[in-house]
Design a binder for this molecule. Structure first.
Ligand SMILES: NC(=O)c1ccc[n+]([C@@H]2O[C@H](COP(=O)([O-])OP(=O)(O)OC[C@H]3O[C@@H](n4cnc5c(N)ncnc54)[C@H](O)[C@@H]3O)[C@@H](O)[C@H]2O)c1
Length: 307
């Protein structure tokens, strides 16, 4: 049986480890020619190492697949352009771009430095934009469609208190993905985002006491379990395939064996006036209009005394 991505070419960023690696391996096993991009940095985005990307390429080749390594920093415009060019020069086309590369620098908002804010926003938001910028140019010229899959996070969707930079960047990616879905639809390109959950070196950085839902699975013992990062890849395969072409502008939560379609943000309750709001009128109408929609459990608690 032919693979689901036979004849396609794909770039997966941050594919030297974790979730991206799982996607690269699955895409290659389904017939895609794959560029495995990874700068090989620490979780905080420091250093550089060619070996993670090269190792995944070696694995793909050993299994009979076709792959090339790329060591670009995705947030550098020139390097991002070269990454897309690598696929075009070698294979003449790019069908699928999956933006997975990411870093973490967790701090509470009152302790966040400018440097930690900028570094995280840069890799996630600018890195997702930079590669998409050059891929979309190709898709617009080629008019044969394309698939864009970007990585957002529950951190932004639910608001993780210790990750203000990451939450903001990940919601930025979600808005960017929606914009791409609207802009590139006429060229046959779909754009969707994934909010994953898997045990990787990234989740290993979360202190045990801050974990929701049970004992943590460490990255090194995740293989073959529900928390295996490889479990994110099948949904990315569906969205990248010809069969998945009916879905665009959507966000899927993927964790273990569960796939969740999230609602896009939409109006919930509308308070419509007929003239500029007078203070007394608005103060009366606000609780009347929105009170039922915001239950007690979602309302702010009083400030706590210092411990
Ligand atoms: N693991 C989870 O539960 C989880 C949850 C929510 C979101 N995510 C997102 O999923 C994606 C993958 O995360 P992971 O858990 O596999 O992490 P990971 O650290 O295992 O993999 C990320 C990879 O990105 C690479 N990278 C970082 N900066 C780069 C850059 N500038 N250019 C190129 N490569 C770069 C790293 O070297 C690393 O190999 C990230 O975008 C992350 O934010 C993960």
């Amino acid at each position: 049986m032919p693979g689901k991505l036979e004849g396609k070419t794909a770039i997966i960023t941050g594919a030297g480890r974790g979730i991206g690696r799982g996607i690269a391996l699955l895409y290659a096993s389904e017939g895609a020619r794959v560029i495995v991009n990874d700068l090989g940095v620490s979780v905080a985005g420091e250093g550089a190492d060619n070996s993670p990307a090269q190792q995944v390429v070696n694995e793909i080749k050993a299994a009979g697949g076709v792959a090339m390594a790329n060591y670009a920093d995705v947030a550098d415009m020139d390097q991002a352009e070269d990454l897309i060019r690598q696929a075009l020069n070698e294979w003449g086309q790019l069908d699928i771009l999956v933006n997975v590369a990411g870093i973490l620098r967790d701090r509470m908002v009152f302790n966040m430095t400018e440097e930690d804010w900028d570094a995280v926003v840069r890799v996630h938001m600018k890195g997702t934009f930079a590669t998409t910028r050059f891929a979309s140019l190709h898709w617009r010229q080629r008019r044969e469609g394309g698939r864009l899959i970007n990585f957002t996070s529950g951190s932004g969707l639910f608001g993780a208190p210790g990750q203000p930079n990451y939450a903001a960047a990940k919601m930025g990616i979600w808005g960017f993905t929606l914009s791409c879905a609207r802009a590139l639809g006429r060229y046959g390109v779909t754009a969707n985002s994934i909010a994953p959950g898997a045990a990787t070196r990234m989740t290993d950085t979360v202190p045990d006491e801050r974990r929701l839902g049970g004992a943590p699975v460490r990255a090194e013992s995740a293989e073959g379990t529900e928390r295996d990062p490889a479990n994110i890849a099948p949904t990315c395969l569906y969205l990248a395939s010809d069969e998945g072409g009916w879905i665009t502008g959507k966000c899927f939560g993927v964790s273990g064996y569960r796939v969740t379609l999230y609602n896009n943000i939409a109006p919930q309750v509308v308070l419509q006036g007929t003239e500029p709001w007078k203070t007394g009128v608005l103060f009366e109408r606000f609780p009347q209009a929105f009170g039922q929609a915001i239950p007690e459990s979602e309302r702010p608690k009083p400030a706590q005394a210092p411990a």
